[in-house]
Write a protein that binds this ligand. Structure first.
Ligand code: UDP
Length: 483
């Protein structure tokens, strides 16, 4: 039975801690979960954010909606500079940061005025699950990616025993019990090189995920029915992962009620419905100079309208003020700052598009009626934001588990096109880009994908009900343990 604290009517509300790894892509879904717990269940959350000396994107995240029920504590910055060198890969870095943060998490939990009733950790925080054991409270993993990613992660230790040599050299797909097999070139980054430390860290993560009371996944039945069924029914999978898997998605940030505060709102308002392609590669996606040039010309050749969140290949030195003041311009300074933009591009696309430097209000842009397509790196947050806005995609995976997300979107859900060869393997040429953009924005195929995206939007809205039920189950079980 769902307890009174869960529907928000009790003064003795449940209090959960949610641990977030550094980076906008991690903090955003954590805050969305905390806000959802407050709004729908009256649950109080303390979000512990692991920080580093430089994590500027955290400032871009909206503050919590419910300040009474959601508290954010930024932990003192962790310093891993003596543990890494320039070759240290992202997963290793994140794991090291989260390992260094364990004592900070423990102190923060011990110092809390209100006893916590449960600990939730995001994907990279699984080493902190031990703290829940120390404080004798239930512990949950919050998987901010797909159920398919979760399946691969928990099954990877078995693949590690079964397969010799590099996964990418395997002749056939990698089999995961009850799930869609994974094309070797689509594996997550840490599986690309079994000799690297980040592979060993990933294996450990997969094992740690299994020592919890349940796993929340930001997905729903209509997106991943097969994989979710495998967790419930497939004996081989259940032998690997015993704790229940709860689909609680799709959780996405709501669009700001005030809408877009800056560019490109005025411009978007003037464009026909469904006519604009939004181009953005997440919080960390950066293209090579050569690829950016091909993309620029591909957009120009397609003759479609666009909004492009543009980021220099290396950070620093760019004069944002120029862009913000002018929206777009065609000046020599602009080429100097964004030197990879080919000369002539700005003039040739003068009335066709808007460039946004470094960051755009993605949720608000995707929700705008004039947006008809999204060229995306397929980060899972971006993917869900696109789906819940009913916008079909050009899948341009770059890192992490994005190649699997792209495969899901193209092969299972039918809401995306993608380049013939992975963009991480080969520069995608302007003609192919033109073709993909035209397919999505103009052709019958694009129309079918748009219809499919609209259907998914509808079923994602319906899934909210089931996700609410899943969340109630988790909270009931936390409540029962509290008593
Ligand atoms: N985002 C945004 N504006 C940008 C780039 C990213 O608002 O210009 C947000 C985006 O809406 C999403 C998150 O940052 O919520 C990125 O998460 P995702 O999982 O898509 O990718 P990651 O950045 O983690 O690779």
């Amino acid at each position: 039975m769902v307890g009174s604290a869960i529907d928000g009517s009790s003064s003795s509300k449940l209090h959960v801690i949610i641990l977030s790894s550094p980076g906008a892509g991690h903090l955003i879904p954590v805050l969305v979960l905390a806000n959802r717990l407050a709004a729908e269940h009256g649950v109080r959350s303390t979000v512990l954010v692991v920080t580093t000396a430089i994590s500027p994107e955290s400032n871009l995240v909206n503050p919590p909606r419910d300040e009474e029920l959601v508290e954010i504590i930024r932990l003192p910055p962790v310093d891993i500079s003596n543990l890494v060198d320039p070759s240290t890969k992202v997963v290793t870095q994140l794991r090291l940061m989260m390992r260094e943060a364990v004592p900070l998490v423990r102190s923060a939990v011990a110092a809390m005025d209100r006893r916590a009733d449960a600990l939730f950790v995001d994907l990279f925080g699984s080493e902190s699950l031990q703290i829940a054991v120390e404080f004798n409270i239930p512990k949950y993993v919050y998987c901010t990616s797909t159920a398919w990613f979760l399946a691969l992660s928990v099954y990877c230790p078995i693949l590690d025993e079964k397969i010799e040599g590099q996964y990418v050299d395997e002749p056939g797909h990698l089999e995961i019990p009850g799930c869609k097999p994974v094309r070797p070139e689509d594996v997550v980054d840490p599986m690309l090189d079994r000799g690297d430390q980040q592979y060993r860290e990933y294996l450990r993560m997969g094992k740690e995920f299994t020592f919890c009371d349940g796993i929340l996944v930001n997905t729903c039945e209509d997106l991943e029915a097969k994989t979710l069924r495998a967790f419930r029914e497939n004996e081989a999978m259940k032998a690997v992962l015993e704790p229940p898997v709860y689909p609680i998605g799709p959780l996405t940030r709501p669009a700001e009620p005030s809408g877009l505060k800056i560019e490109p709102m005025d411009w978007l308002n003037k464009q026909p419905n469904g006519s604009v392609l939004f181009v953005s590669f997440g919080s960390g996606g950066v293209l090579s100079a050569e690829q950016a040039t091909e993309l620029a010309w591909g957009l120009q050749l397609s003759q479609q309208r666009f909004v492009w969140v543009i980021r220099p290949p290396t950070e620093g030195g760019a004069d944002d003020a120029f862009f913000t003041a002018n929206g777009r311009g065609s000046s020599a300074e602009l080429y100097d700052h964004y030197y990879y933009l080919p000369r002539g591009f700005l003039d040739k696309t003068k009335n066709m598009g808007i460039l946004l430097p470094k960051w755009g209000q993605q949720v608000e842009i995707l929700a705008h009626p004039s947006i008809g397509g999204f060229m995306s790196h397929c980060g899972w947050n971006s993917t869900l934001e696109s789906i819940t806005s009913g916008v079909p995609m050009i899948a341009w995976p770059l890192y992490a588990e994005q190649r699997m997300n792209a495969a899901l979107l193209v092969e299972e859900l039918g809401v995306a096109v993608r380049p013939e060869v992975l963009p991480t393997k080969k520069v995608v040429g302007r003609e192919e880009i033109e073709r993909m953009v035209r397919t999505l924005m103009e052709h019958k195929d694009g129309e079918a994908m748009r219809d499919r995206a609209q259907q998914l939007k509808t079923s994602a809205t319906k899934a909210t009900n089931m996700s609410h039920q899943s969340m109630c189950k988790i909270l009931s079980s936390i409540e029962a343990k509290k008593k």
